[in-house]
Design a protein around this ligand. Structure first.
Ligand code: SF4
Length: 191
């Protein structure tokens, strides 16, 4: 059984697919415990893989994009079975991960890694998208690990003014490689 926090239909508010309708499956639990974390990923219910796929269909209809998030969605053993079942149901699976747990993912799965205290280098290499959290500073310590990525997203923590300014300044100073990623869902008051 999967441990879940919530399943809902909304839009992807941040990153490369910002503005895209998507069903979110928030898996419960995380293997890290970041100071600034404001996500409620506590366990709310259990469900089997088929039940989750059915719920995605019920909420999102034909919506092609499903985002597995958390907490850390790759921390649960059954997540791979869920990914396969969603792909078989015709969904494009995106994963939002802290990149600490090495997992072999199908090629068509979009992996967004947002590094926190550590990252498995294999997950860094596999990442399709990298979101660096700007929290009073740009975390330049990750640049070497992601040196093969042509584009890095700078996401101001909590949309705070100071963090937005820092991210903006950095992106404008390095326009070839960095892009600002705002949490637009928070700006417009949706989940
Ligand atoms: S890795 Fe993400 S979900 Fe987990 S504690 Fe840190 S910010 Fe929260």
């Amino acid at each position: 059984m999967l441990q879940l926090a919530e399943i809902f239909y909304s839009i992807q508010g941040e990153g490369a697919f910002s503005g895209t309708p998507a069903v979110f499956v928030r898996l419960a639990g995380c293997n890290l415990s970041c100071d600034f974390c404001d996500t409620d990923y506590s366990l709310k219910f259990f469900a089997g893989v088929a039940e989750v796929v059915a719920k995605v269909r019920e909420l999102g209809g034909d919506c092609p994009m499903v985002i597995l998030t958390g907490g850390e969605p790759l921390a649960q053993r059954e997540t791979l079975a869920l990914i396969d079942a969603l792909r078989s149901d015709g969904r494009r699976v995106h994963i939002e991960s802290n990149g600490t747990i090495y997992t072999e993912l199908p090629q068509d799965v979009w992996l967004c890694v947002s590094p926190k205290e550590r990252v498995d280098p294999r997950m860094a290499q596999r990442a399709n998208e990298v979101k660096l959290i700007v929290d009073e500073r740009v975390p330049e310590e990750w640049l070497q690990l992601f040196s093969d990525k042509p584009l890095l997203l700078l996401q101001p923590e909590g949309n705070k003014r100071k963090n937005v300014e820092l991210a903006l300044e950095y992106a404008m100073a390095h326009p070839d490689r960095f892009r600002l990623s705002l949490q637009t869902h928070k700006l417009i008051g949706v989940r």
